[in-house]
Design a protein around this ligand. Sequence first.
Ligand code: C2E
Ligand code: MG
Ligand code: MG
Ligand code: MG
Length: 276
Amino acid sequence: RAKGSGRNTLSLFDVELAQQRERRHQVSLELRSALERDALHLQYQPIQTLNEGRLVAVEALARWHSPVLGVVSPAEFIAVAEDTGQILKLGEWVLNAAVRQATAWWRSAGRRVRVSVNVSPLQFLHADFAQVTRAALRAAHLPAEMLQLEITESTVMRDVARTRRQCEELRAMGVRLALDDFGTGYSSLSTLHSLDFHLLKLDRSFVWGLEGDTRREALLRSVVTLAESLSMEIVAEGIETESQRRLLIELGCQLGQGFYLARPLNANDVEQVWGD
Ligand code: C2E
Ligand code: MG
Ligand code: MG
Ligand code: MG
């Protein structure tokens, strides 16, 4: 410490840190009661073909409106839940709610809509996860191939060996596996290859930087080719404009997700994008 900043002096940094800690504590407390009261809900964002807008899946996204804190973003409460371990309970709730919804769509409208569920590192690497997944599918009477699980490179990097075992077990069950936020991490291509994902989700930061950047375009072209040769599909995330949609098609990308195509929707509104 610099001379003069004695024991009793609080720096701005200390104050900010204390505020952050207090906020996280509050979020964690409110989240606990929300989980007890079943007060979270899910929205579903369509994943569609880029050319015709045909629905191929929906991504389940957790939503929380706290009576005390107001709307809290998933970026915030998922991070807190991951740090406190609450993600295990939250994640199990999400998984069960999502597969039940997929079954409900199937029963009520005869539509088989695959549902894609985000899984956090702690949750995915937990010894019980495959069991929890199997139980959720069974309880909802949903065939495993109608469930897709999204994990990120940070999960992979935390424990490659365990990720691989978990992927193998889930794959054997028939569940589909997606690598989320692809292009933001540092895992090697050979690691990704060996994990054998069904789907790569190209992060929106990559999509946004695409226009006018010919090197990035070339990179995407080769990623598309590579994915094809490995029988993986690619979804481009965060599409916000018609010109992005066109460019992605040109570069060989067939699937997309983004506000331009469809926003995250309440379950009842998903039927409107089904078409026929
Ligand atoms: P993600 O899995 O990459 O989900 C996509 C995020 O991008 C969503 O944000 C979605 O609303 C947003 N998005 C989609 N299209 C566009 C677009 O065109 N422009 C922009 N700017 N954004 C777009 P959301 O719902 O706020 O979720 C943020 C992150 O929180 C998710 O990123 C995911 O990592 C995490 N998350 C959300 N729900 C869950 C959950 O149930 N479990 C876990 N473990 N994580 C979740
Ligand atoms: Mg995701
Ligand atoms: Mg993503
Ligand atoms: Mg993303």
